[in-house]
Design a protein around this ligand. Structure first.
Ligand code: ZDP
Length: 281
């Protein structure tokens, strides 16, 4: 079978986009996604994203497989790429066009800006420990700066769900973190029954933080949109940063705004097509 694909990236978080508008289920399997995402034997990518038909009140549905074949609920950089991909499929050039997208984390609304950026209404963060999910016992059901033993060290972690689970730790020097060794230990820690994405945050100033991420199912990536949102929420809860904050990731910067008015998180950043082609499965 030969499939048509487009490759997109947002801050170097790269995805293979599939036009799946004609079928309700993804046309490739998680096993095929693993093969396609391989950077030496396949196209290469952090995940595969499908543009599926919408539900009654939505324009489209998004599904995503991580590069290890697991299926996350949501993907922040990915949904910016999806919005651009859909606009290309529809040949839509309307400025400020927004799409109602159904995801496994509920309704998410990306809006195309006129400067090649996309702003996404990422919804409200979830702080309740069982809903992250984590078995860590927090204060009033929330895990904010709670101790967690990993690699013979006690880390003060904050957990936030942006539809998918995140475990955030504030550190003095994010570069000094041995992400490749420590990331998997957080991801697979027994206190996270659905595994977790893991972010290490260095606060440069209240409106500018640096983040390094170990992604569940994808490992070290250059950026993570849901992770940037979760990190600003964690920063506000720990009195470390402002609600309006720039997050610097290895692949570039995202603007995050955790609105005090409606409790929703808005993320603005770039997304662009890199190439398109055909792949033989
Ligand atoms: O939750 C997970 O398993 C993540 N690996 C999903 C992907 C998140 C992503 N990096 C983002 O930008 O939100 C795509």
């Amino acid at each position: 079978m030969v499939i048509e694909f487009s490759k997109y990236q947002g801050l170097g978080n790269d995805f293979i986009l599939i036009d799946n508008r004609h079928a309700a289920e993804p046309i490739i399997t998680p096993e095929q996604a693993i093969a396609i995402c391989d950077r030496h034997f396949g196209i290469g990518g952090d995940g595969v994203i499908f543009a599926l038909p919408g539900k009654a009140s939505t324009d489209y549905s998004m599904r995503i497989y991580n590069s290890d074949g697991s299926e996350p609920e949501m993907c922040g950089n990915g949904i910016r790429c999806l919005a651009k991909f859909i606009a290309d499929l529809e040949a839509n050039t309307e400025v400020n066009k927004s799409y109602q997208i159904d995801t496994l984390a509920g309704l998410i609304v990306p809006k195309l800006e006129n400067n090649a950026e996309v702003t996404v209404d990422m919804g409200e963060p979830e702080l309740s420990a069982p809903k992250i999910p984590t078995t860590l016992a927090g204060i009033e059901g929330k895990v904010i700066a709670q101790p967690l033993e990993v690699a013979d060290r006690t880390w003060l972690v904050t957990t936030v769900s942006m539809g998918n689970p995140h475990c955030i730790t504030f550190v003095e020097d994010s570069v000094a973190i041995a992400l490749e060794q420590i990331g998997p230990l957080f991801e697979h820690h027994p206190v996270f029954p659905q595994r977790t994405n893991t972010e290490f945050i260095e606060v440069v100033k209240p409106d500018y933080i640096k983040m390094r991420v170990w992604e569940r199912g994808a490992g070290i990536t250059l950026a993570c949109g849901t992770g940037a949102c979760a990190s600003v929420v964690a920063g506000v809860l720990n009195n470390q940063c402002d609600r309006l904050c720039t997050v610097e990731l290895p692949g570039g910067c995202l603007q995050i705004n955790w609105s005090a008015t409606d409790n929703r998180v808005y993320m603005t950043g770039p997304a662009s097509e890199v190439f398109r082609g055909q792949y033989s499965l």
